[in-house]
Design a protein around this ligand. Structure first.
Ligand code: GRF
Length: 187
């Protein structure tokens, strides 16, 4: 099953997906990687020979024009599933309508707690003792879609945002690969 991956960052979740797709008998293949900037994670795709495209918001006159361009770029790689793996922008109606119920997102907190761009920082600031990672179906809201999988991660007394985020990412990428595998496996 062809899967498109959208990233903004280092792409460690993307790297885990590419590694899983390379295993014999994998039910999915990464058919394209798209980013909203020259994200460092694009190198993982280039090394794997996967087509990439960069669609920067600044290149477009307004947000709706960018939304259309992003949707067109994703459609061009013909995925059946779209994975937001650290893609730090909200996706608009054109992409949601092109891939109904076929876009998922990974988030570094236990939703519905701590949605938005700073899930790790916000959980730490609140003082929770347990946080984690969530994989959700994407809808028009901010991290409001149906929860597909969650894993808890303990917060340590000496955690910084960086140390906690690294521990979350270790469970996050395994869980994301599991969800993508099950969504693309024959029933
Ligand atoms: C992940 O924790 C994702 O949930 C968050 O940003 C991180 C992206 O990491 N929004 P990477 O680019 O996959 O390494």
């Amino acid at each position: 099953v062809p899967v498109a991956v959208l990233i903004s960052g280092t792409g460690s979740n993307l790297a885990a997906l590419l590694a899983a797709a390379a295993r014999p008998g994998a039910p999915f293949a990464v058919c394209g990687v798209l980013a909203d900037s020259e994200a460092p994670g694009l190198d993982h795709a280039r090394r794997a020979g996967v087509p990439t495209a960069v669609v920067p918001l600044a290149d477009f006159s307004d947000r709706p024009a960018w939304d259309e361009a992003l949707a067109a770029a994703v459609r061009a790689v013909r995925p059946r599933l779209v994975v937001l793996a650290g893609f730090m922008r909200l996706v608009g109606a054109p992409l949601l309508e092109a891939f109904p119920h076929a876009i998922i997102n990974t988030h570094p907190a236990l939703l519905p707690s701590f949605p938005g761009a700073h899930g790790v920082r916000d959980a730490l600031a609140y003082g929770v003792k347990v946080t984690g990672a969530s994989v959700i179906e994407v809808d028009a809201g901010v991290d409001t879609g149906r929860i597909l999988a969650q894993q808890a991660v303990a917060v340590h007394d000496d955690d910084t945002e960086a140390t906690l985020h690294e521990r979350i990412k270790e469970v996050e990428r395994v869980m994301l690969v599991d969800v993508v595998t099950s969504l693309t496996s024959p029933p």
